[in-house]
Design a protein around this ligand. Sequence first.
Ligand code: ATP
Ligand code: MG
Length: 195
Amino acid sequence: MLKVNDLEKSFGGVKALQGCSLEVQEGTITGLIGPNGAGKTTLFNVISGILKPDRGEITFQGEKIDGSPPYQIARLGLLRTFQISRGLRHMTVLENLMLYPQAQIGEGLKNLWLRWKKIRTQEKALKEKAMHILEFVNLVHLRDAYAQELSGGQKKLLELARVLMAEPKIMVGAFLILLILYRQEGILPERKTIP
Ligand SMILES: Nc1ncnc2c1ncn2[C@@H]1O[C@H](COP(=O)(O)OP(=O)(O)OP(=O)(O)O)[C@@H](O)[C@H]1O
Ligand SMILES: [Mg+2]
């Protein structure tokens, strides 16, 4: 599904990636392990289009994606996870998810007046989808909590949920395996209490 061939990326004199090749099969969880500074984050950034490689090829479902901008790669269904961004910390868990899908009708001011019925239907469907995903990542009980109130592990689960809202074909990023194990084992970090 995802093929990386002979990737190279340097920052000045630092060769972050050299001769990096790997393949990820559909329906699998593939882990990448390495010490600090090994180049893992650089690889994720290159795959998702945030950084351009100095050489090498990346194909996703047979399509060449190296050199494409991140939004184009994301549209193909390759999404990466990030730390939760600051702007979203003051929104609730549920709001964070409902914000995610692109091109909502309610975003246009004109549509707001003319198509409010359709907007309501879309919002309802979105909410249902968001609740379904929150159930999957074990965060339903925190749907009305502000994102900033979540523990580190829960923030990661929220980030996973946000990416799932976009129905990705493949996800790339740190700690995904940990998240899936958290969910399966039910070892969820407790919610942080703010004094
Ligand atoms: N934007 C940058 N400018 C200069 N050097 C960079 C940049 N990003 C990464 N590097 C260097 O590239 C190398 C690989 O870094 P990278 O962050 O990819 O490693 P990592 O495997 O993700 O490490 P960690 O486990 O600490 O997250 C390091 O030597 C780092 O200092
Ligand atoms: Mg890293």
